[in-house]
Write a protein that binds this ligand. Structure first.
Ligand SMILES: Cc1cc2nc3c(=O)[nH]c(=O)nc-3n(C[C@H](O)[C@H](O)[C@H](O)COP(=O)(O)OP(=O)(O)OC[C@H]3O[C@@H](n4cnc5c(N)ncnc54)[C@H](O)[C@@H]3O)c2cc1C
Length: 410
C-alpha cells in the first residue's frame, strides 16, 4: 500500500539450496530477523549434513587479509563470530580459541631481519610441539587478537540446532528440480526426495550449494544469461587429523597455533593445534581435479595423504605414538575472480527473457533468486556475515550491515 512502511514479513516462504555453513548461516540469521524459522526450508542433496568443506575445514578465522571488496563482509563476520562465541558458550560448544599464526622459512634464510614482527624471545614464541624449528626464521602472520579458530563441524551443529529450534525445515536427500514462475515472480519450487515429488511455495530461493552452485543454477535455469564463474585454480584440499595422546595442549597457554612450513612435496602445508589435543594438517592439491558429483564422492588422495603423514615428524613430541584420527578431502567453492557473491539475481537474466510486467515495490523484499556462493578459502570465516547480509537482502532491509556492492558481479 502506498506510503505504508514495509516491515520484515515472516511468512514469505524461503527455500535455501545447500545445507553447508553458508546455507545454515543464512537460515539462522533470517530466522533471528523474522523471530521464527517457519517458512524457511533447507534442501540438502546428501543424506548426512556437513560432509562437504563446511564440516571438514580447518576453522581458522581472522579479521585481515580479505580482498578489498570483501573487507566490509570480513569485518562484520569477525565481529559476529566473537559475539556468537561469547553469547552461546563457543569456547565449549565449538572450541573457539585465539590463534597465533606463524610462517616458518628454511634454516638457510634464518636472518633475524626476516622476522616481520617482534616476537619477544624467539625460542619461547614457537609452540612447544614445534621446537625442532627453533633455528628457522619465522614470520608472525597474525597475533592472537586478530585470529581465532573453531571446530567447523561443531559450529555447524550449533547453527543446525538453533535453526531447528526456531522452526526451520531441513530436507535431506532432496534436490530442487524446477522452479515455478508466474507473471515474473517466483511462486514455487518442485522438490524431489527419495523418489517422491513435492511442491513448495517459494517467494525467495537462495542458492548456497558451495562448489555445486553453478550446476544447480544452470540445471534450474538452462537459458540463464548469468553463470557462476568457477575457478580454474586448484580448489580441493586434503587433510589429516592426528592425535598425540601424551601431548598436553595446556602447555601452550591456552592459545592455539597455526604453523605454515615447507611440505615434503615442495609447497606449503599448515599444522594447527586444537584444544582437544589433536592437530589438523592441511594442504592443497597440486592440480585441479574435476568436481565430483556430490560430497560423498570426494575421496582423499592416498598418495598425497601418505606424504602428509610424514609431516608428523615435525612435531617435536618425543617418541609418543602418533595416531591418525581422520583423513579426508573437500572442495572449496572458488570463483575465478576470487570473491564471494552475495547478491540478488534478476529473474529476467535467469530466464533469458525480458519480463515487461510491473516492477513496482520490488526493490523492497523483491523475492526471486539469490546467490550466496564462492566463499573459497574463507567460508568458515565469512559465514556469519554472509548469512546476515543475505537475510537483509531477502528482507529488503537497508542499509545492510556490510557493503557487498562490489562483490556481486558475475
Ligand atoms: C581443506 C579445507 C580447509 C579449509 N579451511 C578453512 C579455514 O580454516 N577457514 C575458513 O574460513 N575456511 C576454510 N575452508 C573453506 C570453507 O570450508 C568453505 O569456504 C566453506 O565450507 C564453504 O561452505 P558452503 O556452505 O558454501 O559449501 P559446502 O560446505 O560445500 O556446502 C554445500 C552444500 O550443498 C550441498 N549441495 C550440492 N549440490 C546440491 C543440490 N543440487 N541440492 C541441494 N544441496 C546440494 C552439498 O551436499 C553441501 O552440503 C577450508 C576448506 C577446505 C577444503
Amino acid at each position: 500500500m502506498a506510503g505504508e512502511k514495509k516491515t520484515f514479513s515472516r511468512d514469505r516462504p524461503v527455500v535455501i539450496i545447500g545445507g553447508g555453513i553458508i546455507g545454515f548461516s543464512t537460515a539462522y540469521c533470517l530466522s533471528l530477523a523474522r523471530k521464527t524459522g517457519r517458512f524457511i526450508t533447507i534442501v540438502e542433496k546428501s543424506s548426512t549434513l556437513f560432509t562437504g568443506a563446511s564440516g571438514k575445514a580447518n576453522g581458522i578465522l581472522g579479521d585481515y587479509g580479505f580482498k578489498p571488496e570483501a573487507e566490509s563482509l570480513g569485518k562484520l563476520s569477525w565481529e559476529l563470530h566473537q559475539q556468537l562465541a561469547s553469547q552461546h558458550g563457543g569456547r565449549t560448544a565449538w572450541g573457539y580459541r585465539d590463534v597465533i599464526i606463524l610462517d616458518l622459512h628454511h634454516a638457510a634464510s634464518s636472518d633475524p631481519s626476516e622476522v616481520a614482527f617482534s616476537l619477544g624471545n624467539p625460542p619461547s614464541s614457537l609452540p612447544t610441539w614445534c621446537r625442532r624449528y627453533e633455528k628457522h626464521a619465522r614470520t608472525l602472520t597474525s597475533k592472537h587478537e586478530h585470529a581465532a579458530r573453531l571446530d567447523p563441524a561443531q559450529f555447524c551443529e550449533f547453527l543446525r540446532k538453533e535453526c531447528v529450534e526456531m522452526g526451520v525445515e531441513i530436507l535431506l536427500d532432496a534436490t530442487v528440480q524446477s522452479v515455478g514462475v508466474e507473471n515474473g515472480s517466483l511462486e514455487r519450487v518442485a522438490i524431489e526426495r527419495m523418489g517422491n515429488r513435492r511442491t513448495l511455495e517459494c517467494h525467495s530461493l537462495v542458492i548456497a550449494a558451495g562448489p555445486w552452485s553453478e550446476t544447480v543454477l544452470s540445471g534450474l535455469f538452462p537459458n540463464s544469461r548469468v553463470r557462476i564463474p568457477s575457478s580454474k585454480q586448484p580448489s580441493s584440499g586434503n587433510y589429516i587429523v592426528i592425535k598425540v595422546p601424551k601431548w598436553d595442549s595446556r602447555k601452550d597457554t591456552g592459545v592455539c597455533h597455526q604453523v605454515y612450513l615447507e611440505g615434503p612435496f615442495g609447497h606449503k602445508v599448515d599444522i594447527s593445534s586444537r584444544p582437544d589435543g589433536t592437530f589438523y594438517v592441511g594442504g592443497d592439491l597440486p592440480a585441479q581435479e574435476e568436481l565430483p558429483g556430490s560430497t560423498g564422492d570426494v575421496q582423499p588422495q592416498v598418495e598425497y595423504v601418505r606424504q602428509m603423514e610424514t609431516l608428523q615428524t615435525v612435531l617435536s613430541l618425543s617418541s609418543d605414538e602418533v595416531e591418525i584420527m581422520d583423513t579426508g578431502r573437500a572442495d572449496r567453492p572458488c570463483l575465478d575472480h576470487g570473491r564471494p557473491v552475495v547478491a540478488h539475481i534478476p529473474l529476467d537474466d535467469l530466464l533469458g527473457i525480458t519480463y515487461r510486467g510491473s516492477t513496482e515495490g520490488r526493490e523492497v523484499e523483491q523475492g526471486g533468486v539469490y546467490l550466496n556462493v564462492g566463499h573459497g578459502r574463507d567460508g568458515i570465516t565469512l559465514a556469519p556475515g554472509s548469512g546476515q547480509v543475505m537475510s537483509e537482502l531477502i528482507g529488503g532491509i537497508r542499509p545492510m550491515s556490510a557493503d557487498v556492492s562490489s562483490l556481486g558481479s558475475l
